[in-house]
Design a protein around this ligand. Structure first.
Ligand code: SF4
Length: 702
């Protein structure tokens, strides 16, 4: 049952989980235990009424018995939490941040945000750190999600909008290549667009070390060794050149940098690429012809290709292929990345990143600082310079030059960060830690102060989906007594820090300020109003004025680069940061499963999802399992240079025999990110979640 009052009729909003942001209706229903909200899929251009099991069960979270409804504090780290008033909890946070800054300097106080926060919260978090704290220390968990593809798109096209076209264009493409993306499991309602294309006769190809549900629905599956996608993309482009399949007119008219790329491709001869990737030359030959000889081709990238220490270069390699085939800007064609988190797109546009200001402006750019400082009513010289990225911030917590007092919002880094056991140790070393969350997450368990926050159906605001379409999140019920929005928390803290004049806690007022701050930037929201979003079923940015219809499709007439051309980049294959050896002889790759989401803070508490998937399992090939003496359902001990985990084995021929796959949604001895490698991509600071060397052994069954 919901704890607030029930609405009198159904309320339209969007799912709290992934970036597809499926539309749903929340309708009040009577129940013996009190009013509940029933979730049904709503007609909308993206999901057309479809919802996956996560969206359908989301209302379970509203009245969940684990829900935090009062601030918690503890008087010493080894003491239990006790309930506190909001005044005490907020003053403790203001004091904790202030004391750290007085002792160690302004950057010793910081904020770690999340890609699930509304645009308004993400914007306000960035402003709070720069204006109220005057600190450089802010970054967010989207750094672990989208940063490498974002960096690549910015370099190649001049702007990062995950999908530069509406999702529905997928149905009109004749050939679609998905690289490291598995929408059939993680975004099922999106599959209707792929299915519609297949019904028209389209051909689909999937690149994935696993034979996923998405691969099973495709025509061609390329199964590379994890961490070799870049070599595969270069190999395909080598073949396209060899067979004269590249679009020379497009390259001449719309791009720069091709001659150097063409020269560099000479070393990616097919036999060598087959040796690196494990993909047979004949399969590559077939794939490149399918891609090049179709009327409309799309290349869609996902975390499998991007979460690597060479993630940006890998995304650039696929973009090179798309440019050489003349795809970006053409109808039903192009390159796109399928963003993951609910507001993964909007969350990275408005200043949560260490180096960015709202509208994708760069913090180091004097003109950008002047514009945003003008909107914020502060002197540009007061704004700090860029800080360090997410993992670097976490790695240095509590140490010289690092953050000493941290506020975490909408993120559970104790489970979701790479080398998570080390991150938990760093969190424990802080002088002060405050966490705002719905539940006592694994990160909140380590805090000095925990704040109970509102959730999706209890708040108004906006989200930006994977297409760059700005949507309205609508309040359907009141939050339980004792719970406050993060916007109210930031405004109150700013007041206690002496900067309260600059902060509003009304989401519409914050959105209107965001519009002004983003005006003239690449992610320009100036013309987007809540009324327009309502009337037009979302508005695509850039939207520069209220007369501007918004921009569903980018790049048709040029790229937002100084000369209007897209850029090729020379990128070369290199080994993963860690490759198998005698001690750690196999590869571990990680990802999401169908029933769970991110660090599992919400989905591990949802009965309907636990009924489907009560615990994690590791995918292991039967041949490898036989060599290790592991039976179906038996416990497997996974060990890397950073830690160990113990998870049940699921024997499946769908995975390469040299690789195991594990989902990262679980905690305790099943915390897979205790194993993952924090080696960082030099361009984007993306950690290498998707491949590391692992030792495996059968464990005694529990
Ligand atoms: Fe929610 Fe994503 Fe499932 Fe849609 S696909 S219902 S947005 S989790």
């Amino acid at each position: 049952p919901i704890s607030g009052s029930a609405p009198e009729q159904g309320v339209s909003t969007h799912c709290p989980y992934c970036s597809l942001q499926c539309a749903m209706t929340l309708t009040p229903r009577a129940h013996a235990a009190g009013p509940v909200l029933e979730v049904t899929g709503a007609p909308f251009p993206t999901n057309r009424g479809g919802l996956c099991e996560k969206g359908l069960s989301a209302a379970e979270l509203l009245g969940h018995p684990d829900r935090l409804t009062t601030p918690l504090v503890r008087d010493a780290r080894n003491e239990p939490f006790r309930a506190a008033t909001w005044d005490e909890a907020l003053q403790r946070i203001a004091d904790g941040l202030t004391v750290a800054q007085e002792r160690y300097g302004p950057d010793a106080a910081g904020l770690f945000g999340g890609g699930g926060m509304t645009n308004e919260k993400a914007y306000q978090a960035g402003k709070f750190v720069r204006v109220a704290l005057r600190s450089a220390s802010i970054d967010y968990n989207g750094r672990f999600c989208m940063s490498s593809a974002a960096a690549a798109a910015t370099k190649a096209f001049g702007v990062d909008r995950g999908m530069p076209f509406p999702l529905s264009d997928i149905a009109r493409a004749d050939t679609v290549l998905l690289v490291g993306s598995n929408p059939a499991d993680v975004m099922p309602p999106a599959m209707r667009w792929f299915a519609a294309g297949r019904d028209r006769g389209a051909t689909h190809l999937v690149v994935d070390p696993r034979y996923t549900a998405t691969a099973a629905a495709a025509d061609v599956h390329l199964q590379p060794v994890p961490g070799t996608d870049l070599a595969l993309a270069n190999g395909l482009l080598h073949l396209a050149v060899k067979h004269r399949l590249v679009d020379t007119a497009y390259i001449a008219e719309r791009t720069t940098g091709w001659p150097a790329v063409k020269r560099a491709l000479r070393q990616y001869w097919p036999d060598r690429v087959e040796r690196i990737t494990g993909v047979p030359v004949a399969v590559m030959e077939r794939a490149v012809r399918l891609l090049a000889e179709s009327r409309a081709t799309m290349i869609l990238s996902g975390r499998g290709a991007e979460q690597h220490a060479k993630g940006s270069d890998t995304a650039l390699a696929w973009i090179n292929l798309a440019l050489a085939l003349g795809l970006p800007g053409r109808p039903s064609s192009g390159w796109a990345t399928m963003t993951g988190q609910g507001n993964g797109q909007g969350g990275r546009e408005h200043g949560q990143k260490a180096d960015q200001l709202p509208g994708y402006r760069m913090l180091a750019d004097p003109a950008a600082r002047a514009h945003v400082a003008g909107v914020w009513g502060v002197d540009p010289d007061e704004l700090p310079q860029p800080g360090v990225s997410a993992y670097e911030m976490l790695d240095r917590l509590g140490s010289d030059g690092g953050v000493r007092a941290l506020l975490v919002m909408a993120s559970n880094v104790a489970v979701s960060a790479p080398r998570a056991a080390h991150v938990r140790e760093r969190l424990r070393s802080l002088d002060f830690l405050a966490v705002s969350d719905l539940f006592l997450s694994e990160t909140a368990e380590l805090a000095d102060v925990v704040l109970p926050t509102t959730q999706w159906a209890e708040e108004d605001g906006t989200m930006t989906n994977l297409e760059g379409r700005v949507l309205r999140r609508r309040r359907a019920t009141d939050a339980p007594d004792g719970v406050r929005s993060d916007l109210a928390v930031l405004a109150d803290l700013a007041r206690r820090l002496g900067r309260g004049d600059h902060f509003d806690d009304d989401p519409r007022a914050v959105f209107d300020e965001l519009r002004r701050a983003s005006a003239g930037g690449k992610a320009d929201y100036a013309g987007i109003t809540w009324e327009r979003i309502e009337a037009e079923r979302g508005v695509f940015w850039p939207c520069r004025s209220e007369d501007d219809a918004g921009t569903p499709r980018l790049f048709r007439d040029g790229f937002p680069t100084p000369d209007g051309r897209a850029r090729f980049h020379v990128v070369h294959h290199r080994d993963a940061a860690e490759t198998p050896d005698d001690e750690y002889p196999y590869r571990l790759t990680t990802g999401r499963s169908r029933a769970h989401y991110q660090s599992g803070t919400q989905t591990r508490r949802t009965k309907a999802l636990l009924d489907t998937e009560p615990e994690p399992s590791v995918d292991i090939h039967p041949d490898l399992a036989a060599r290790l003496g592991v039976a179906e359902g038996g416990d497997l001990l996974l060990r890397t240079r950073r830690g160990r985990a113990r998870v049940r084995a699921r024997l499946t021929p769908t995975i390469r025999p040299d690789t195991v796959f594990a989902p990262f949604h679980w905690a305790g001895e099943q915390t897979i990110n205790d194993l993952t490698n924090p080696a960082l991509d030099p361009a984007s600071r993306m950690p290498e979640f998707k491949v590391c060397a692992v030792a495996l052994e059968a464990a005694t069954t529990r």
